[in-house]
Design a protein around this ligand. Structure first.
Ligand SMILES: Cc1cc2nc3c(=O)[nH]c(=O)nc-3n(C[C@H](O)[C@H](O)[C@H](O)COP(=O)(O)OP(=O)(O)OC[C@H]3O[C@@H](n4cnc5c(N)ncnc54)[C@H](O)[C@@H]3O)c2cc1C
Length: 329
């Protein structure tokens, strides 16, 4: 591993001051589970790393409007076990509780989880110089693409790796970012970027001289929540596909719905067709299946990941039924 400088700031301001203008040279370090692995695998060789664990907020606090503000340095385990988050945003707790393993949840932070880099095996192998590493191709379409995106049209075909990002988008969260000129608040849905040739190396709008500091959840209102993840293994793995569903009911009919899928696209993928299919309906097996069908309209699987279409449909359908309190298998 290349030698690097280590900075250990104790305030947000000091931490921002220690960043630079080149994301490849200075990197924030939280739990380190992604960053240190990338350094050991020679994907990243920063000159300086900035430990943000002592500088950023590690608390979960109520906001004046009845929502919650989650600090970037909060550990995933503390999110998963937080009573107020469980009461107001159960899909968030569900997602946090299924991340990786107990060890990963003990070490990983909310900020690190949301900002972790893709798990694409071509990106993670130093021998493959793909778009994300300054190369001129994505190896997935002609290669091993069983875990890649089924939505989006390139130029890269990664799936976003964060489990917390999906309920954050479904709940209409905002993210607080801080840089040398102060803070900015960005909708979670706008934070993650679909790849273009201009932004292909990164997955979000965070600038090199900014830090991600908080997830701000608006008051949920009177809604029903569902979250369903499908994995090959029950633990120690990322989901193949998953979904968060939030239903605002009007009597026994859906007033409005938010349906967001994970592990199917380079960003948390909002399924507006499914939301429209649910509006005005009572929920049963049939309406849930129709909405799940709608959610996957427009999917463009590659040579080896067509199976993900059915897996994602099942995740959406079961998340809807769970939200409606209808038992699934
Ligand atoms: C076997 C295994 C299974 C896993 N399963 C899942 C899963 O199911 N779901 C899931 O979501 N994840 C999963 N993970 C990934 C794991 O949850 C993340 O690696 C972890 O959450 C990252 O958090 P960290 O605090 O260790 O981040 P770090 O490694 O410290 O940081 C991650 C990245 O974010 C940047 N960063 C960190 N904090 C900030 C900040 N405040 N502002 C700006 N940038 C920042 C860092 O520079 C780095 O690039 C799994 C990991 C393993 C090894």
């Amino acid at each position: 591993m290349k030698a690097f400088a280590y900075v250990n700031p104790t305030t947000e301001k000091e931490a921002v001051g220690a960043l630079g203008t080149d994301k490849t040279k200075v990197m924030p370090l939280a739990g380190g589970q992604d960053l240190l692995a990338r350094m050991k695998d020679y994907l990243d060789q920063p000159d300086r790393i900035v430990n943000v664990k002592n500088a950023l907020d590690s608390t979960i606090a109520a906001t004046p409007d009845g929502g919650l503000k989650i600090g970037a340095a909060v550990k995933i385990v503390d999110l998963a076990e937080h009573a107020q988050v469980a009461k107001l945003y159960p899909a968030m707790v569900h997602a946090a509780g299924e991340v990786g393993t107990p060890q990963i949840r003990n070490q990983g932070t909310v900020g690190g989880n949301i900002n972790q880099r893709p798990r694409c095996w071509y990106f993670r192998n130093e021998e493959f110089v793909c778009f994300k590493k300054g190369g001129n191709t994505c190896f997935a379409p002609a290669g091993e693409n069983q875990f890649h995106a089924i939505f989006g049209n390139g130029p890269t075909h990664i799936v976003h790796p964060s489990s917390l990002a999906v309920p954050a988008v479904a709940y209409g969260a905002k993210f607080r970012l801080v840089g040398p000129n102060g803070e900015r608040i960005v909708d979670a849905a706008q934070y993650f970027t679909m790849p273009t040739m201009q932004n292909v190396r990164y997955e979000n709008v965070l600038a090199a001289d900014e830090l991600f500091t908080h997830v701000i959840l608006p008051p949920p209102g009177d809604v029903k929540h569902g979250h369903y993840e499908v994995r090959y293994k029950a633990s120690h793995d990322w989901p193949i596909a998953f979904a968060t569903v939030i239903l605002a009911m009007n009597g026994n009919r859906v007033g409005s719905a938010r349906v967001v899928m994970g592990a199917v696209a380079p960003v948390p993928w909002r399924a507006q067709a499914a939301e429209q299919a649910l509006a005005g309906k009572t929920i049963d097996e049939q309406t849930a299946a129709q909405a799940a069908e709608a959610a996957l309209t427009g999917a463009r699987p590659m040579s080896q990941n067509g199976y993900k279409v059915q897996v994602a449909k099942t995740a959406v359908k079961r998340a809807i039924l769970q939200a409606a309190g209808i038992k699934t298998v």
